[in-house]
Design a protein around this ligand. Structure first.
Ligand code: C2E
Ligand code: MG
Ligand code: MG
Ligand code: MG
Length: 288
């Protein structure tokens, strides 16, 4: 009897596995289609100067509008794209779209683009980006690349040579999600970063967790010592904003200033072309 039940268990397990495999295959097929047919879009989240709330740029964040499953978050389709090799096509699309959209904005704001670890390992990346910049006419000084600690960890030598070439082109480089990965302080010193983004798991706790406040303060001090600017991500409350301003954080990003949205939602004028009359200042929302 026990044996029979065991077999049943396997059967249920097998069925669940089959379903997961099928769903994955379908998603992979649909992602390919989306990449070919314009099923992906970029949302933009404002980044503001901390002491003035002046808009300094936007982070581009990919969204997939699936025909039957609705909006699929990047946490689901970026890993899928990495595992299936679709990431290089997806990454090119993101870079090209972000650069060509930003080139049409009414003001020369920065645009930050995320690169996943796999994309970052392509040694022709600098040439690819150079090609996109000249194709779209975006000035390299307006482009910021965001990479995580994992991207560097995989192959430090290659990472360093890619970053040096990007830096030589005049592109800005930010370390994303700082504090959650493996990067040592030596990495920050040896690699040509311009900016550190403090992970929102710390920012979200500064008012309620003394250790988180200490960590944020330490990262800000580190940024000052190394001459790197620091952005706090995931700022949601006026209290967090006040803490960050008092600690001299340079830039803020988070729901308090706006959720990621299509660029048209940040234009002040109605009826203008997309990206025209971009807001100069972002007023913090009431605490969300
Ligand atoms: P990330 O680069 O760290 O982006 C910040 C994430 O935090 C975004 O999630 C954003 O919506 C979210 N966020 C921003 N402010 C707040 C806040 O105040 N509260 C909360 N709860 N969340 C906030 P999203 O858009 O879901 O993206 C998740 C991750 O997916 C990104 O993390 C990035 O690693 C990756 N990703 C997104 N777009 C792309 C892309 O085009 N290419 C690559 N390679 N990765 C991407
Ligand atoms: Mg990012
Ligand atoms: Mg981040
Ligand atoms: Mg993140």
């Amino acid at each position: 009897r026990a044996k029979a039940e065991g077999r049943n268990c396997y059967r249920i397990f097998d069925a669940a596995m089959d379903e997961a495999v099928t769903r994955r295959r379908e998603l992979e097929r649909d992602l390919k289609t989306a990449l070919a047919d314009g099923g992906l879009e970029l949302f933009y989240q404002p980044q503001v100067r901390a002491n003035s709330c002046e808009l300094v740029g936007f982070e581009a964040l990919a969204r997939w509008r699936h025909p039957t499953r609705g909006l699929i978050p990047p946490s689901e389709f970026i890993p899928l794209a990495e595992e299936t090799g679709l990431i290089s096509v997806l990454g090119k699309w993101v870079l090209r779209t972000a650069c060509s959209e930003a080139a049409r904005w009414s003001r020369p704001l920065k645009v930050a683009v995320n690169l996943s670890p796999r994309e970052f390992q392509q040694s022709d990346l600098p040439d690819l980006i150079l090609g996109i910049l000249s194709e779209t006419g975006l000035s390299p000084a307006r482009l910021e690349i965001e990479i995580t600690e994992t991207a560097i960890f995989a192959d430090r030598g290659r990472a360093l040579s890619i970053l040096r070439r990007l830096k030589a082109l005049g592109i800005n480089i930010a370390m994303d999600d700082f504090g959650t990965g493996y990067a040592s302080l030596a990495t920050l010193q040896a690699f040509p970063f311009d900016k550190i983004k403090i992970d929102r798991s710390f920012v979200g706790q500064v008012e309620i967790c003394p250790q988180a406040a200490v960590i944020v303060r330490t990262v800000l001090g580190l940024g000052r010592s190394l001459g790197l600017s620091v952005v706090a991500e995931g700022v949601e409350t006026a209290g967090q904003m006040r803490f960050l301003i008092a600690e001299e954080c340079q830039e803020l990003q988070g729901y308090l200033f706006g959720k990621p949205q299509p660029i048209a939602s940040f234009t002040e004028a109605t009826g203008g072309r997309e990206g025209s009359d971009l807001a100069i200042r972002v007023s913090p929302a009431r605490d969300v």
